[in-house]
Design a protein around this ligand. Structure first.
Ligand SMILES: NC(=O)c1ccc[n+]([C@@H]2O[C@H](COP(=O)([O-])OP(=O)(O)OC[C@H]3O[C@@H](n4cnc5c(N)ncnc54)[C@H](O)[C@@H]3O)[C@@H](O)[C@H]2O)c1
Length: 396
């Protein structure tokens, strides 16, 4: 475990000495790494973890207790809580426990999470609800009582912290995780709102988008992962969840007062700062837009920018089948595939009966665009179409 300490008057002082933190999902993976590093750096830690399976079923008090025991054995302070983070009572109890056991609360880290991956057309209501519940509601459940506590302190210099967990799944649009992507982008919006709403009470709020080998990522098929595939012995150290913990430590420290309302990526030994969304082109008129004029102006002003967007990290999975043509044409593999391969693809798409092709005259690169348009409307046949696209690539 990485240990960062400052030397002060002959004593080693931990980065979080005297601070009190709650870590949800602190019994395993990234949450366990954060809990242990926080404990080693002097924080008293309330570790919450339901201890269930990666899909959210089951429960087990052991993981949270084990991490708390490890911290205590190393000379730190920690208590375990096996509650479900989807329950409002759990959040209230966690804040109460921090105050009753350790005298206060300084840092809230929301890490708990599960996965129920399905394409949107196969996603059941139950799989949607449970993922939104654990991730998005789970953040509300702790943030509300923690924020109420911070506000009560009336201490704008409190260095209070809320650290949330989002994902590239939402930030980059993972096609097989619509429930998880939605929850994780909801967490980004919540983070922006908390940063604005709580600044005057001495609270910063940021989100981490991590990448690490944990049991959660182990449930995602190798072909659907955007980072490197199977971890090998060589890159075990780089993919360790321990690499995320120093980023959470910095955000939790009093030193990070300047940083709020941001998303920080942390994967391996890379740490990145995301841009916050902003309007990059604007059309203004003195009167309501008429359809034709708006279409003309949008295509002239927005399209060159939209066409130049970098491809999604998930483009190699299904991105080439999306109807947003320009985005993947240049300099994507299909753009290089040439007209012949595109015509083959179009013929093959017609053969599998995807439906009538859009009007080729509307497209800049017929028949390549037309083929992509067809493919985009044929998501239910994605397996067949991925094969066809690969075949077209191969023949190019
Ligand atoms: N590992 C990655 O590469 C990665 C990538 C992007 C985002 N994330 C996010 O990071 C966080 C940690 O993930 P991880 O990879 O360490 O997974 P993990 O499965 O190892 O740990 C998640 C922990 O959350 C706990 N948990 C689940 N449901 C809970 C509930 N209802 N109440 C309380 N605890 C509950 C689990 O028991 C588990 O210990 C998650 O929010 C995840 O979405 C991880």
């Amino acid at each position: 475990m990485l240990r960062i300490q400052w030397h002060w008057k002959g004593c080693y002082v931990g980065v979080l000495d005297g601070r009190v933190a709650i870590v949800t999902g602190g019994g395993r993976g990234i949450g366990a790494s954060i809990s242990k590093l926080f404990g080693a750096e002097g924080a008293a830690v309330v570790i919450n973890d339901l201890g269930g399976n990666a899909d959210g079923t089951g429960s087990d008090a052991a993981p949270a207790q084990q991490v708390a025991d490890e911290i205590a054995a190393a000379g730190g302070q920690a208590v375990a809580d096996g509650g479900d983070i989807g329950e409002v009572a759990t959040g209230e109890r966690l804040v109460r426990t921090a105050v009753e056991q350790f005298g206060k609360l300084d840092v809230l880290v929301n890490v708990a999470g599960i996965l129920r991956d399905r394409m949107i057309f196969n996603l059941s209501e139950a799989d949607w609800d449970v993922v939104i519940r654990v991730h998005l509601r789970g953040h509300y459940v702790t943030a509300r009582p923690a924020a109420a506590y911070f506000r009560e302190q009336r201490n704008p210099d409190g260095h209070y912290r809320i650290i949330n967990f989002t994902s590239i799944s939402g930030l980059d649009g993972s096609p097989g995780q619509p429930n998880y992507a939605a929850a994780k982008m909801g967490i980004v919006g919540l983070t922006y709102s908390l940063a604005q709403g709580l600044a005057r009470y001495g609270v910063t709020a940021n989100a981490i988008a991590p990448g690490a080998a944990t049991r959660l990522t182990a449930t995602v098929p190798v072909g659907k992962r955007v980072s490197r595939a199977e971890p090998t012995d060589d890159d075990d150290a780089e993919r360790s969840p321990d690499n995320i913990a120093p980023v959470a430590l910095y955000l939790a420290s009093e030193r990070s007062d300047w940083l709020t309302g941001r998303v920080i990526s942390a994967a391996g030994f890379d740490v990145g700062l995301y841009a916050n969304p902003q309007i990059i082109r604007q059309l203004s008129a003195p009167e309501p837009w008429d359809y034709d004029r708006l279409a003309q102006h949008m295509e002239r002003s927005f399209r060159p920018v939209a066409d130049g967007l970098p491809p999604s990290l998930f483009a190699s999975q299904l991105g080439r089948l999306r109807p947003c043509r320009g985005r993947h044409l240049t300099p994507g593999p299909l753009a290089q595939a040439g007209r012949r391969a595109a015509q083959d693809l179009l013929d093959a798409v017609a053969e599998v009966g995807v439906g009538p092709a859009p009007d080729a005259a509307e497209h800049r690169h017929p028949p390549l665009d037309v083929a992509l348009g067809c493919a985009g409307r044929a998501q239910a046949r994605d397996v067949v179409l991925v094969g066809l696209v690969r075949e077209a690539d191969r023949r190019a």
